[in-house]
Write a protein that binds this ligand. Structure first.
Ligand code: BTN
Length: 260
């Protein structure tokens, strides 16, 4: 078994989790792990089931953007059936799990840019997408999608090379994808099991955000807002303080730091 083998047995073999990753379904090539995870959830897949793709042909990101995930990287989705009150914490849990895992497997120092971009040296190394089906006030299912750039080869990704980076490029060595995946699944479970008390997760996520206290521009829908990123609330929304003293609560948007 190679250090880069993402087969279910190589992931679950040494995994010490109660439920997350105890069932892994691997596809060499898939449109998007989000869609397959949702289909699996609708067919009753167990909570904690993980869908992993060797490559995605229609990977998607936040705000209906495309997520490039050629071979050599990590693209996975985790199926959960949480209480509705847990939903705001899933993004925080996933972001923390990824930074803790990168720190455990490499010497790199990842940072979180609100809401859930993981950066190294100012460039994006991981994107996180959460989607949920809520019916009658209950979450029918929630899917956490995690895309980690481990080995980005030009020209596959020429269009994002100015803003994206990879674990191999940043560390100068070949990072084991299976190690990263195992750590991520273990950390997601550890943090998830701290709920329903979301306070520690919220505080750790807030304290790791590089966005707070900085002057930022936020693209939110068709609006472009400027101000000081003052705080985040427990639902994960960003509180932006404007020059005139007023504030805006932003639920979804793209932040550009004005003063790095
Ligand atoms: C973003 O930063 O915009 C979020 C990117 C999320 C990408 C991951 S890769 C695994 C899962 N499958 C997808 O199609 N998207 C997510």
């Amino acid at each position: 078994m190679s250090a880069d083998d993402l087969s279910p047995v190589s992931i679950t073999g040494k995994l010490k989790t109660r439920f997350i990753g105890q069932r892994v379904i691997y596809y060499p090539r898939l449109a998007s792990t989000m869609d397959t995870a949702r289909q699996e959830a609708r067919q009753g897949a167990a909570g904690g089931t993980v869908i992993i793709a060797g490559e995605q042909t229609e990977g998607r990101g936040r705000m209906k953007r495309t997520w490039l995930s050629p071979r050599g990287n990590i693209a996975l989705s985790i199926i959960l059936y949480p209480e509705v009150s847990f939903l705001p914490y899933l993004i925080m849990i996933a972001s923390l799990a990824v930074v803790h895992s990168i720190e455990a497997v490499t010497d790199l120092k990842p940072q979180i840019k609100w809401p859930n971009d993981i950066l190294i040296s100012g460039k994006k190394v991981c994107g996180i997408l959460t989607e949920s089906d809520v019916k009658g006030g209950r979450a029918a299912c929630a899917i956490i999608g995690i895309g980690i750039n481990v080995s980005l080869g030009l020209p596959d990704v020429a269009e994002i090379s100015a803003t994206a980076t990879s674990l191999n490029d940043e560390s100068g060595s070949k990072v084991s994808r299976v190690d990263v995946v195992r750590h991520v699944l273990t950390e997601v479970e550890r943090l998830y099991l701290t709920l329903p008390d979301g306070e520690p997760v919220y505080e750790q996520w807030r304290d790791r955000l590089i966005t707070l206290g900085k002057k930022v521009c936020v693209a939110s829908g068709s609006d472009m807002l400027e101000g000081m990123a003052e705080s985040v609330d427990r639902s994960g929304a960003l509180i932006l303080r404007h020059a005139d003293g007023s504030s805006t609560r932003i639920v979804a948007g793209d932040v550009t730091l004005s003063d790095k």
